[in-house]
Design a protein around this ligand. Structure first.
Ligand code: COA
Length: 161
């Protein structure tokens, strides 16, 4: 089965990698799709985000990394894929995810959304939390892969952004 794991990934964290790794074990093909959204104030460009995911998933063989803009449902149709995976970290994620899954199914009735429960050791993580800690020069090595840690240190070298 081929699945799409979409998100902003600004940047990818160990929380995303937990989901990606488990997807790669369960599904034949995993397309990690980076949202190209001008409305979100991203600190990494789409190309940088793709590169960080690529470097963090070199050990996984059935992964493709791509980007998309516009509706996820239209992108999934173009990719000939009718299964989306989303991670659920806590009950607080559920309402938003449920709404998104229902809207997406309305737009593309064949589309299934599969929810994967985050591992408890990373379920508190988000990209914003990691960026906040990095901006104050805090320790982030246990939250992100080494390559992402280095990229964040570089971004915040001159102080908070
Ligand atoms: N581990 C750690 N963090 C996680 C996580 C996990 N398993 N899953 C999500 N997160 C975090 C992300 O880091 C992000 O944190 P941040 O807000 O601090 O940056 C936050 O949860 C939201 O993550 P993300 O998965 O990137 O969701 P999103 O809401 O930014 O984007 C899309 C979700 C891309 C699927 C959705 O916006 C989309 O489909 N957009 C296209 C337009 C569209 O079709 N809209 C209609 C849909 S209703």
């Amino acid at each position: 089965m081929k699945v799409i794991y979409p998100g902003s990934f600004d940047p990818v964290t160990n929380g995303h990698l937990d989901i990606i790794t488990r997807c790669s074990e369960k599904f034949d093909e995993v397309i990690i799709s980076v949202l190209n959204n001008n409305k979100k104030n991203s600190i990494f460009t789409v190309d940088e985000r793709i590169e960080l995911i690529k470097e963090s998933t070199l050990h996984l063989k059935n992964i493709q990394i791509d980007s998309f803009s516009g509706l996820l449902t239209e992108y999934a149709k173009r990719k000939n894929c009718s299964t989306i995976v989303r991670g659920l970290r806590a009950v607080s994620d559920f309402e938003y995810e449920m709404q998104m899954a229902l809207v997406n199914r309305k737009l593309y009735p064949q589309l299934e959304t599969i929810f994967m429960v985050s591992s408890s050791k990373v379920s508190f993580l988000s990209s914003s939390v990691v960026k906040e800690i990095a901006s104050f020069k805090g320790e982030i090595s246990c939250f992100v892969p080494e390559i992402v840690e280095a990229a964040l240190i570089e971004k915040f070298k001159g102080g908070t952004r």
